[in-house]
Every structure is written in structure tokens, then in C-alpha cells.
Ligand binder design. Structure first.
Ligand code: HEM
Length: 193
């Protein structure tokens, strides 16, 4: 799936001008669910579906993020659910957080196995900066390549192997970044237009 929710073509009002996380999770999974007669998916509680089939999770709290060190925690919020096979397939992607560590970035979500307890989280994906994908995004937006973690593989019934490439995660922390950040990207549309 070519999820490019933060480009001017798709929906600048929704994404380029608001801090958030734009992530299509796994496009082939969305298509698989959508292809079934009883397949349903939807977004709410801070998440919206974008025109190209990705999901936009609004920024919740970036106070735990240090833009200088590029480390810490950025919380996004939203609830995306997939359902099919008469309810046997039920996947929830709730409140994705990006955890920036010295040695990498993790995308965590609420552990659906413990729902409605939201305090337990699992690592769904490991991320790696995608410099090419970051080009052309609005100022302050970045792109990370996402790969399925071991805990994430279980979410998808172990159909995908650990390391499976997921949709790229595009995000804005809402925290003013270093000056070079703004210079390194070419906004596809003037902010505020
Ligand atoms: C009634 C039980 C199920 C049946 C009969 C079933 C059947 C199938 C079939 C036939 C495919 C291949 C689809 C294709 O290639 O177009 C598939 C793919 C898949 N199934 Fe299921 N499935 C079942 C339950 C589940 C459950 C509970 C999950 C949990 C998330 C799941 C996750 C997946 C995933 C992730 C794929 C790969 C989708 C893709 O990326 O192409 N399935 N399933």
C-alpha cells in the first residue's frame, strides 16, 4: 500500500498541519480484511482513516521527548480495529507510542490481550529512520521504516514472520526540532494553506 497521508495530495488539512502519526499498519492486511464479506475495520477515539487507507493518530503527549537528543517517548492516541471471520479475527491497534532510544525506535501499542486494561503495552514494530521516505514531507515530519516484532507477529496470528516489512510510519512530534530539520525537508505545500 502506498500510504502517503502526509503529502499535500492526500489530506494536508488533516495531517500536514496537525502533529500526529500517520501509519497504514499493514496494507495487505487491511485489504485482506476488506475483501471478506463480513470484514470490517474502523478508526476512532483520536484515530481517523485517511484518504489513502492509512490511519492518522493524533498527538497525545510529547512531553517525554527530548528533541535535542532525539530520545524519549511520544504518545499518539487512537483506536483502530479490524474484524472478520465471524469475530475470530479481531485486531486492535490502540494508542501507538514511539519510544526513541539511543539504539533504535520502538512502536508500542496497548496489549489487546489485557483489554480494557490500557496499562500493559506490547512492542508491535521496530523502526529505523527512512531518510528517503522523509524527503518531501512537511517540516517537522519524519518517516521510519517499520518491521514486525515478535510480539507483533502474534497479533497477526503468526501469519507474518518477525521482521516483516509493515507500512512506513510517518510522524510529527509537535516539538520544535533543530534548525537543520526544517531545512532538510521540502514542504510539498506551504504550511497554513
Ligand atoms: C476462520 C479462520 C481463518 C481463515 C479461514 C483464514 C484464512 C486466510 C486465508 C485463506 C488467507 C490468505 C488470503 C489471501 O492470500 O488472499 C489468510 C491470510 C491472512 N490471515 Fe487469515 N484466516 C483465518 C483467521 C485469521 C485470524 C484469526 C487472523 C488474525 C489476525 C488472520 C490473519 C491473517 C493474515 C495477517 C493474513 C495475511 C494477509 C496478507 O497480508 O495478505 N487470519 N487467512
Amino acid at each position: 500500500m502506498n500510504s502517503s497521508a502526509v503529502t499535500a495530495e492526500s489530506d494536508p488539512a488533516e495531517s500536514a498541519l496537525r502533529a500526529g502519526l500517520s501509519w497504514g499498519v499493514k496494507g495487505s492486511f487491511t485489504r485482506y480484511v476488506a475483501s471478506m464479506p463480513d470484514g470490517r475495520y474502523g478508526a476512532g477515539h483520536g484515530a481517523t482513516e485517511t484518504a489513502d487507507g492509512a490511519f492518522f493518530f493524533e498527538l497525545d503527549d510529547a512531553s517525554g521527548y527530548d528533541p535535542r537528543a532525539q530520545e524519549g517517548l511520544v504518545k499518539y492516541r487512537g483506536d483502530v480495529r479490524f474484524k472478520a471471520h465471524g469475530g475470530m479475527l479481531f485486531v486492535m491497534i490502540v494508542d501507538p507510542w514511539l519510544e526513541f532510544h539511543e539504539d533504535g525506535v520502538l512502536l508500542t501499542v496497548v496489549d489487546a490481550e489485557r483489554w480494557p486494561d490500557r496499562d500493559h503495552r506490547i512492542t508491535l514494530a521496530t523502526l529505523r529512520p527512512d531518510e528517503r521516505g522523509s524527503r518531501g514531507l512537511p517540516p517537522g515530519w519524519r518517516c521510519q521504516e517499520a518491521r514486525l516484532s515478535a510480539e507483533g507477529a502474534a497479533v497477526f496470528n503468526d501469519v507474518y514472520p518477525v521482521g516483516e516489512v509493515l507500512e512506513p510510519a510517518r510522524y510529527c512530534t509537535g516539538v520544535p526540532t533543530a534548525a537543520h530539520d526544517a531545512e532538510s525537508v521540502t514542504p510539498p505545500v506551504a504550511p497554513g494553506r
